[in-house]
Design a protein around this ligand. Sequence first.
Ligand code: ADP
Ligand code: 5GP
Length: 189
Amino acid sequence: MTQKKYFPIIISSPSGGGKSTVCDEILARRNDVAYSISYTTRKPRKNETDGVDYYFISREKFNQMLKQDVFAEWAKVHGHLYGTSKKVVENVLNKNKHVILDIDTKGARQLMSAYPQSLSIFLFPPSMKELENRLRKRETDNEADIQLRLKNAKQEFADATDYDVLLVNDDLDRLVEKILEIIDNKSLK
Ligand code: ADP
Ligand code: 5GP
């Protein structure tokens, strides 16, 4: 029998593209996948919990961790610093689980070179109009933040060529089923 392989699963998209939603769905359906909780200097939004959604830290602490070479990847995104701890990734893989990461395109590139066995997936929104609708409906960002996120989406689309798989986040259920099928095919190869 083929030995099942475990690897990082990178999910990227522009802000509002559905990364958190897709990660949550996958985590709810599968117990062989665990989430990589990132470190960030961004302030928590309502409904976000420290140690669950992110480890919320100061810039000073982030810079100290950078010097200590804690991060497998890090990037400045929409004006805040975000990073993935090497230890978090290794701990999950050592437990024989896939580790799923919701990270930006600059960080994804670093993670792909640190873990060449990664599966990288970029999610496109059905349209720019729908992306804007979803960002507004989410009610987590102010107008300036929404405009910044829509502007940054253009560069993120250009970076999508780095990814193994490009998918459109239209019907959520069908998208999640497709991603699970891709994960299973790769893990048994
Ligand atoms: P991201 O984590 O990429 O910033 P979210 O997962 O927060 O994006 O999704 C942005 C908004 O769009 C959320 O309100 C979410 O419920 C909604 N959303 C995500 N996927 C879909 C979909 N397939 N159809 C409709 N709404 C969606
Ligand atoms: P948000 O602040 O909306 O949760 O996330 C903003 C952006 O930061 C998203 O594109 C998200 O994927 C990215 N992000 C979250 N955590 C990390 C991380 O650890 N590293 C990198 N490079 N990007 C991250």
